[in-house]
Write a protein that binds this ligand. Structure first.
Ligand SMILES: [Zn+2]
Length: 386
């Protein structure tokens, strides 16, 4: 995802008019925002000694007021879609994928599911069929009733319109602007009627929500050819302005840690007692899509798990190469690719590479660290077993 708290940043609401469903446009009525506001955590004024930048009570209160309209939005922004996905082949029933997953061990714990086949990746994976998993194939809200204007029906398109090994050539990395996978699934599935194949929580736990042979709704025009992951992270913001960074990160004796809003409880994090910390203790500033942004890094657990996930995907879906878009200077491109370049690129991209309206996974995401680890993991997966 990629978003701004509505009402705080000009244009934020304009971007909440479309969805990531390719070729379809879902209106976002104002009352949806109000409902979201009621259920979002109240961001309290920043306490003394927080990790973030300076800012007195006035800015903290301004942020608290703005947060009433906080609307995690990676999935929301987007332009009206102009390219329509290939027509679905004969509906591949959700039950088919679900049955396939059911054949996989429900407590296997270290394998993703690709076209009904288990692919071990060597890190914790909770499948949609596992206890406590997140099931994107379900049409029922995961966290209770959402009211009559909640999304109805499937949150994804069955199948890929062809063999996934031939059709799927992009792995899209998002951050979720929710901060935890639990909250992300609530927003994505229950409130927006959207989907993504993987959620990656702060402790490195990977949740797979449906088979990658299904088309998830996370990247609009690129849905049909891509696999997506939402990495739990509160997001990137313009430096110097009030933002969730003011309260989401606090200093303690060991450095900087995340602090979830009280309404999150333990955030649904699976590792008992886990203390989530950004890999680097200071915020990282950088330019994405021409915007100066500030963001804390992801956790080391997230980098490690993401590398293993990408490695496993590249083995199972060989058109997903372990490379990222580079500019003439050899650096990772910091803006959306022109349409022709995007259509011919295969590999790993940030959401920002696919749309000028996106800035996730933000300037703190360390592409080199990710790639080095992903390639090492892939080499390990490919090595003959003793
Ligand atoms: Zn995104």
């Amino acid at each position: 995802m990629d978003g701004r708290p509505a009402g705080r940043y000009p244009g934020a609401m304009r971007n909440h008019r479309a969805s990531e469903r390719s070729g379809e446009r879902r209106p976002e009525p104002a009352r949806r925002v109000e409902r979201t506001g009621r259920t979002e955590p109240a961001i309290r004024p920043a306490p003394a000694g927080r990790a973030g930048r300076g800012g007195g009570p006035a800015t903290a209160l301004a942020w608290a007021a703005a947060s009433i309209l906080l609307l995690p939005a990676c999935i929301a922004p987007g332009r009206r879609e102009t390219r329509v996905e290939p027509p679905p082949r004969a509906p591949r029933p959700a039950a088919e994928a679900t049955d396939a997953a059911a054949r996989a061990p429900s407590r296997g714990g270290d394998a993703i599911v690709v076209a009904g086949r288990r692919v071990p990746i060597g890190t914790r994976v909770v499948l949609w069929t596992d206890p406590g998993g997140y099931d994107a194939t379900s049409t029922a809200p995961r966290f209770g009733p959402v009211g009559p204007d909640g999304p109805q029906g499937l949150r994804y398109r069955p199948g890929r319109g062809g063999d996934p090994r031939e059709v799927v050539d992009l792995f899209v990395v998002h951050y979720d602007v929710c901060g935890t996978s639990e909250k992300c699934f609530e927003v994505l599935h229950d409130r927006r009627g959207l989907s993504v194949h993987f959620l990656l929580d702060v402790d490195g736990t990977i949740y797979q929500t449906l088979d990658v042979a299904e088309t998830a709704w996370h990247a609009s025009e690129q849905n049909g050819r891509s696999v997506g992951v939402e990495v739990a992270h509160i997001g990137a913001y313009p430096p110097g302005a009030p933002s969730p960074l003011d309260t989401w990160y606090v200093r303690d004796a060991e450095g900087v840690r995340m602090r979830f809003p009280a309404s999150y409880g333990d955030g649904g994090v699976r590792t008992p007692g886990f203390v989530p910390r950004p890999r680097r203790p200071e915020p990282v500033r950088g330019v994405v899509q021409g915007q100066r942004l500030e963001q804390y890094d992801f956790t080391v657990q997230q980098y490690d798990a993401l590398a293993r996930l990408a490695a496993g995907l590249s083995v199972a879906l060989p058109r997903i190469e372990l490379r990222v878009p580079l500019g003439p200077d050899g650096q990772v491109r910091d803006a959306a690719l022109p349409a022709d370049e995007l259509s011919s690129f295969s590999g790993v991209v940030g959401h920002w590479h696919t749309s000028t309206a996106k800035t996730d996974p933000g300037p703190a995401f360390d592409w080199d660290r990710f790639l080095v680890r992903a390639r090492a993991s892939r080499a390990a997966l490919a090595a003959p077993r003793p």
